[in-house]
Design a protein around this ligand. Sequence first.
Ligand SMILES: Cc1cc2nc3c(=O)[nH]c(=O)nc-3n(C[C@H](O)[C@H](O)[C@H](O)COP(=O)(O)OP(=O)(O)OC[C@H]3O[C@@H](n4cnc5c(N)ncnc54)[C@H](O)[C@@H]3O)c2cc1C
Length: 388
Amino acid sequence: MPRLPDCPGLTFAADVPLAPRTTFGLGGPAKLLASATTPEAVRCAVTYAAENGRPLFVLGGGSNLLVADRGFDGVVLVPSLRGLSMAPDGRLTVAAGEPWEAVVEAAVAAGRAGVECLTGIPGTAGAAPVQNIGAYGQEVADTLESVEVLDRATGRIERLERAACGFGYRDSRFKRAPEQAIVLGLTLALRGGDEPEIRYEELRRALATAPNDAPPLARIRRAVRGVRAGKGMLLAPEAPPDARRTAGSFFMNPRLTAEEAAALPADAPRHVDDDGRVKVPAAWLIEHAGVTRGWRLGAAGVSPHHALALVAHEGATAHDVLRVAAHVRAAVRAAFGVTLSPEPVFVGFDLPPDVVLGVFTTIDPARKKVPVPGSVPAKRTPGPRHKE
Ligand SMILES: Cc1cc2nc3c(=O)[nH]c(=O)nc-3n(C[C@H](O)[C@H](O)[C@H](O)COP(=O)(O)OP(=O)(O)OC[C@H]3O[C@@H](n4cnc5c(N)ncnc54)[C@H](O)[C@@H]3O)c2cc1C
């Protein structure tokens, strides 16, 4: 291995298991794990990887990853930058390594609106703009003012305004081109004073019956966490053991053309986006394709609490999760002609996620009935529970 650089704030460790650093608890080791506590140390790690021709992957809280069983043969860089401050005008500035929940907590405590519905999303602040995290009617792009990044090609630190981030549904320029920039921190422009807007019906219902014993934002945060807990989408100590090892939603909600959406059954829920695309809940498609919550294939399966979340059970490997994901995707395609795209980032695979899943698809897509080798159907809890 080439000599490691001696930079203040940068530490290296070799052959570090990645599984304990992901919420799935899966995957092999990183050849080299670099932890950087300053922007300069981040730059130093990037330079080291580039000069030695080593691939570099940026790791946050590992809550949106599927790491290959063989691990990552390169440098895994953890930007452990800390710091959070709130200006009197509601501008919240946070370093990439802070937990995202600390952002929500600070905003709610200060009575500033804009991120209260994003409570309970695990991971770091630095990863929030990467897939433009969203839930219950809010996205981080709604309040994000700017992102501070390290340009990996030039080594320069730059400030990108919101418009330059290329945000879309669970998407951004950072996700589309991960080799370009590392997020060092963000600034959010939070709102004050006005009554929070609730855009999500399920949340409205939860709030209608919630005790009126706290300020509005704190009540919303609590209600969101309650709804999330009910879906197994909250990684809290009290979370059900069968839903702890997950990356949350494994598939994105497909955005269909009007023509594609018209081909779906009349009772399929639809949401028309501003650009005319029709968003359909992937969870609805999965369940109506015959995949039940709690369905298992070996040591991995579908969460018993939400059809969109895949879970790892005792003894599972990333390979097991891929088999389940491929089956779910094939079942939806066979039933509705819709191809679901995975939401988590695949690490350590040679091929793009869609191709990886294609390789694992063993069923005949023309068949309506999907064979389920060795499946263990679990008891299904009734009632629609679809994530936005
Ligand atoms: C139970 C559960 C519920 C979830 N619910 C939601 C939800 O409601 N909405 C939602 O949007 N997501 C949800 N997620 C997914 C996940 O929590 C988010 O995507 C989160 O932002 C990932 O943060 P992380 O720090 O864990 O990133 P990681 O998983 O470590 O990384 C994710 C991606 O971001 C990149 N990245 C991380 N940090 C940086 C950085 N500083 N600079 C550049 N790139 C970086 C990584 O390279 C990778 O490509 C959920 C996950 C779980 C487990």
